[in-house]
Design a protein around this ligand. Structure first.
Ligand SMILES: [Zn+2]
Length: 284
């Protein structure tokens, strides 16, 4: 697990075990705020050991950027109040145990994990926590998932974007139109650092380009897949559509960016094909 300091009292922990997923801790004299957890208990415990070493203050809040397993499976190990979007709680309540059991079959190290439902939720607008002279604002920024939340620390100009910002936008299970809206919303904030849901922390000079190329990427895949569907070209022709031709790079996430890209293309192809057949626009 990689540990990185992005502001005087803000640390980011990046998983070695799963797709460079990130979790973070904000230290204040009135308590610690954790944003997301790591998928495997051993790494969440490692993060927890660091938090205990660094501060004697308790963990006051655990914020979940969305319900996905790779971000939420360590919640049961942490004390403090869990905060998320209302849909996150609804999804975990409905599907959490079923998804966890399927994951436990594949990964025995997850057998001890328990689904923990967020205790505090918000539905519309923003929710701000005022703790230890910091203003920590949660904003509903869906797109990757319907329950996506971004977290902004005003005093440090640090944004925790969850999976809305990744080295390659991932729309499977999400909504590309909504993702565009959320990316536009984020771009209005003053940001010195963006903690992505996966991959390296973005520095001030890198942020506008990362957001701009994410928007360009969404436009490019849509245009390219639409053209192929309109011409009746088979799905396997998508393989030739490289991530670079869509404004992103295959290098991040140890090469898995290309896999995510291909999954986006296949998903969009199915969606647009169905739309062509039925004449009904499907959101995703
Ligand atoms: Zn993720």
């Amino acid at each position: 697990m990689l540990r990185e300091r992005v502001a005087e009292d803000i640390f980011v922990f990046t998983s070695d075990l799963y797709l460079q997923v990130t979790a973070s801790a904000i230290f204040t004299p009135e308590g610690v705020v954790v944003i997301d957890t790591l998928p495997f208990p051993q790494e969440t415990r490692e993060m927890l050991r660091f938090i205990r070493r660094y501060s004697t203050s308790p963990i006051r809040y655990v914020i979940l950027t969305h319900h996905h397993a790779d971000h939420s499976y360590g919640t049961y190990l942490l004390e403090g109040e869990t905060i998320a979007h209302e849909r996150c709680r609804r999804i975990l309540e409905k599907d959490g145990d079923r998804i966890l059991e399927a994951d436990q079959d594949l990964h025995p190290e997850l057998l001890e994990v328990q689904v923990r439902l967020p205790e505090t939720v918000f539905e519309r607008g923003t929710l701000s926590l005022h703790i230890g002279r910091k203003t920590i604002t949660l904003m509903h920024t869906p797109g990757h998932t319907s329950d996506g939340v971004s977290v902004y620390v005003k005093e440090d100009k640090v944004l925790f974007a969850g999976d809305l910002v990744m080295p390659v936008p991932y729309i499977v299970g999400g909504d590309r139109h909504v993702m565009r809206e959320s990316l536009h919303k984020l771009s209005e904030l003053a940001m010195d650092n963006v903690v992505q849901g996966h991959g390296d922390v973005l520095l001030r000079g890198e942020i506008p380009e990362a957001i701009e190329t994410s928007l360009q990427y969404l436009d490019a895949i849509e245009q390219q897949v639409e053209r192929r569907v309109a011409k009746g070209m088979p799905k396997n022709t998508l393989r030739r559509l490289s991530i670079e031709s869509c404004h992103k790079s295959r290098i991040p996430l140890n090469g898995l960016a290309e896999e995510l890209h291909q999954a986006n293309l296949a998903h969009l192809y199915d969606l647009l094909s169905m739309q062509k057949e039925t004449g009904v626009e499907l959101r995703a």
